[in-house]
Design a protein around this ligand. Structure first.
Ligand code: C2E
Ligand code: MG
Ligand code: MG
Ligand code: MG
Length: 277
């Protein structure tokens, strides 16, 4: 890695050193410093997951945040790929899982069976002791495996399935559920749902936009829900922002709702005050 960095420094003034490469380099420096300083600047926010039938909050998705100081706001869509390419995702990912399970244990006290969804990176799934770490974290916090959902982008379930089959089945054997995240954005075909080890499919928020005007989006969500239900997969619709969208996806039969209409991701303290008090 130092070789890589040195090389980039040498080519500082070359025309192919684009602004975006410099930005990644700057971010990687800062992220590395944060990790080395005991995860300084990192935090985990929580967004409610709502049961579409009861409209009760049954869980939360843990979403990583990072205070980049004078660089201004930097979201996980930008910094998670940097953590991945600089070998930092493993450590940070474990920290997120730990934080989230500690909260899950706390919140289960007043809300038995509270479910925690945690995003997992491809690279984490190839760590030799990943399963052991997850098991330890569950044991340490006293969270039941049925309360943990690991969210992974749909490509892991499609293009990478052969490589991941074993780790997926070991996780499921433990009673942990797997969610296919951002469904519909690139790799999926409806046909593969019948063979999928996913327990939950999360339809990407792109499909909820204009759901009442765009016949295709509505039909797509409708078809995905029907197919998933026919093979016992639960469906979450992400990105619900407007009340009419909520009515529509409830009518179509979504199992779980997530979106700004209910709440943006908030700090653990705010989550407790607003949703668990
Ligand atoms: P994701 O897992 O698909 O998470 C959902 C994203 O949609 C979150 O963005 C959330 O804030 C946003 N969102 C939820 N409801 C709405 C809505 O109604 N409208 C709109 N416009 N957006 C909504 P966020 O927090 O910026 O995270 C972006 C992505 O970063 C996540 O997408 C996930 O892929 C990744 N990520 C976040 N935390 C972690 C983490 O701890 N580990 C890993 N590996 N990736 C993470
Ligand atoms: Mg997710
Ligand atoms: Mg998603
Ligand atoms: Mg995503």
């Amino acid at each position: 890695e130092s070789k890589h960095r040195g090389k980039n420094t040498m080519t500082f003034f070359s025309p192919d050193m684009t602004e975006s490469k410099l930005r990644r380099l700057e971010l990687s420096d800062r992220l590395q410093a944060s990790v080395l300083n005991g995860m300084r600047g990192f935090s985990v926010h929580y967004q409610p997951l709502v049961n579409a039938d009861t409209m009760r909050i049954g869980g939360a998705e843990a979403l990583l945040r990072w205070d980049a100081g004078d660089l201004g706001p930097v979201g996980p869509d930008e910094f998670v790929p940097v953590l991945e390419s600089y070998g930092l995702i493993s450590q940070v990912g474990r920290w997120v899982l730990d934080q989230a399970l500690v909260r899950c244990a706390e919140w289960s006290g007043s809300h038995p069976g509270f479910v925690m969804n945690v995003n997992i990176s491809y690279l984490q799934l190839f760590e030799p002791d990943f399963i052991g770490f997850v098991q330890d974290a569950l044991a340490r916090t006293g969270v039941d495996p049925s309360q943990l959902v690991l969210e992974m982008t749909e490509s892991y379930f499609v293009t990478d399935l052969d490589a991941l089959k074993t780790v997926f089945s070991r996780l499921r054997d433990l009673g942990i559920r797997l969610a296919m995240d951002d469904f519909g954005t690139g790799y999926s075909s409806l046909g593969m749902l019948s063979q999928s080890p996913a327990d939950i499919v999360k339809i990407d928020r792109a499909f909820i936009r204009n759901i009442d005007a765009e016949a295709f989006n509505r039909s797509f969500i409708d078809a995905v829900i029907d197919l998933c239900h026919s093979v016992g997969i639960e469906v979450t619709v992400e990105g619900v922002e407007e009340a009419p969208e909520l009515d529509t996806v409830r009518t179509i039969g979504a199992d779980c709702i997530q979106g700004f209409l209910v709440s943006k991701p908030v700090t653990a303290d705010d989550f407790e005050k607003r949703f668990l008090a």
